[in-house]
Design a protein around this ligand. Structure first.
Ligand code: CA
Length: 230
């Protein structure tokens, strides 16, 4: 599943390079040349990750990182800081304000992509493309293929995203509104009942290989994927 990555960098040539890298890694790059533009973009949609330059005109990257991390709307978005400086003091400062990682310019595309992947895996496992297997149910994000004990399972796009999210966050209970946020996207106007409809479809599809009971209803709370029966 491609991630939406917001790149905040005031130098157009470097921004271009970063966006190219991100696109080649299979993600979507959203560009902002300044903190003001970034703020405007964040009003309409929240990205999955922010690449934030340390040296920006006006508000510095480190100040902006602190602000993003103290705002309840944006504090969960992982941040990778970009800087020309490589000294330990800056690195510590960046991590202290809540940045998740740190890349020093000039960066190699391979290093940058490895760090993006590591942060996404840690913070949003459903954004990486590693195959996941639970109790004989296998989901491959790259090919969009799902099999149950080697039998093909046909899923619609929403059921696929729902299953991907469940499998990436196995054993955890998710409320309907959390599922709407994570699977349908932020600030989308959908009724809670919609979740139940897609859960039913997902269970019907999984019944082909007898995996329907992995999707459990937790009374009064929501749903979870679990291989345990308790
Ligand atoms: Ca800069």
């Amino acid at each position: 599943m491609p991630a939406n990555i917001l790149v905040i960098e005031d130098e157009p040539a470097i921004q271009e390079l970063l966006a190219l890298n991100i696109t080649q890694a299979g993600h979507n790059a959203i560009r902002a040349l300044s903190v003001e533009i970034a703020q405007e973009l964040l009003r309409s949609t929240l990205p999955d990750l922010i690449l934030l330059d340390w040296m920006l005109p006006g508000m510095s990257g480190i100040e902006y990182a602190r602000r993003l991390k103290s705002d309840s709307q944006t504090k969960a978005i992982p941040i990778i800081m970009l800087t020309a400086r490589g000294d330990e003091y800056d690195k510590v400062r960046g991590l202290e304000v809540g940045a998740d990682d740190y890349v020093t310019k000039p960066f190699s595309p391979r290093e940058l992509n490895a760090r993006i992947k590591a942060v996404l895996r840690r913070r949003a496992p459903q954004m990486t493309d590693d195959p996941i297997e639970i109790a004989g149910l296998m989901l491959d994000p790259t090919t969009h293929r799902v099999t149950g004990n080697s039998t093909n399972i046909d899923l619609g796009p929403t059921e696929f995203r729902l299953l991907h999210f469940f499998m990436s966050n196995a054993e955890r209970v998710h409320t309907r509104s959390q599922l709407l946020d994570k699977v349908w996207g932020d600030r989308v106007f959908v009724e809670d009942r919609t979740v139940d409809v897609h859960i039913r479809r997902l269970r019907n599809a999984l019944a082909v290989s007898n995996h329907q009971d992995l999707i459990q209803t937790v009374r009064g709370s929501g749903y979870r994927l679990s291989a345990k029966n308790d």
